[in-house]
Ligand binder design. Structure first.
Ligand code: SAM
Length: 248
């Protein structure tokens, strides 16, 4: 059927692909992918023969009409990214929007994503989460974004490059507080998968040296309860209020 299939692929371990994803890739007329070499590894491994069409940040505007015309002609497209789930810090959102606007079907084929793999292994509250993707590289913009998230009552999830991990954790300590529970998930589903768990302060210390190797997800737990006001606080607030009180 003519449809755009959003197909999740592995984030490391090549066996992390669903039966349905393989069937969908095998049947698609076109596989739109970020990098034909990266997706080529997958299609080779599973003996898939579909036509690979590059669709990435830099050619997306040019490629979108081509992909829409495939659907127009009754063909089906599978969208994949280099790793994990398309649209999650990866291209695809505008394509989905345009395909919907043209009245075609969009069918997600769910699977691996570093966001969920990191979350479920972190040991942090998972009832409310905010996926914040990559922070800006500039210090000022990074801080502004973190400030906007200080009060968020949920676990924050970030993607970060290993080169910037140490600096980002240090800024998080300043903007979110050293005491927050947090985790750094590294190399998920791969041979050297590790979770480091502790306070933001602990983790900033741990990663203050040389940049670690591999791919990284940072998770920060929700802010703790504000400490209840002490009797002294209440007394001084009452005294201040009395000073301003009109005497009638
Ligand atoms: N679409 C992907 C997904 O669903 O997870 C994410 C793509 S984004 C361009 C790449 C970032 O995802 C990496 O810089 C890293 O932060 C995170 N990531 C991807 N694979 C990972 C892995 N195996 N372990 C830890 N983080 C990973």
């Amino acid at each position: 059927d003519p449809a755009l299939y959003i197909v999740s692929t592995p984030i490391g371990n090549l066996r992390d692909i669903t039966v349905r994803a393989l069937e969908t890739l095998a049947c698609a007329d076109v596989i739109a992918c970020e990098d034909t070499r990266v997706t080529g590894i997958l299609t080779q491994r599973y003996g898939l023969k579909a036509k690979l069409l590059p669709y990435h940040e830099h050619n997306a505007d040019k490629q979108r009409p081509k992909l829409l015309s495939v659907l127009e002609d009754g063909g089906s497209i599978a969208l994949v990214s280099d790793a994990g789930t398309p649209l999650i810090s990866d291209p695809g959102y505008r394509l989905v929007r345009d395909v919907v606007a043209e009245g075609h079907k969009v069918i997600p084929i769910p699977g691996a994503s570093a966001l969920l793999a990191g979350l479920v292994g972190a040991g942090l509250p998972s009832d409310t989460i905010v996926f914040a993707g990559f922070l800006a590289q500039k210090d000022g913009q990074k801080r502004t974004r973190l400030k906007s998230l200080v009060e968020t009552q949920g676990t924050l999830v970030f993607y970060e490059s290993p080169r910037r991990l140490g600096a980002t954790l240090a800024v998080m300590v300043e903007e979110l507080g050293a005491d927050r529970e947090a985790a750094v998930a590294r190399e998920l589903t791969k041979r050297f998968e590790t979770f480091e768990r502790g306070t933001l302060g602990d983790l900033a210390e741990l990663f203050s040296g040389d940049a670690p190797k591999g791919e990284i997800v940072i998770l920060v737990g929700p802010p703790g309860e504000k400490p209840a006001a002490s009797q002294d606080d209440i007394d001084s607030l009452l005294r201040e209020a009395l000073v301003d009180m009109p005497v009638s």
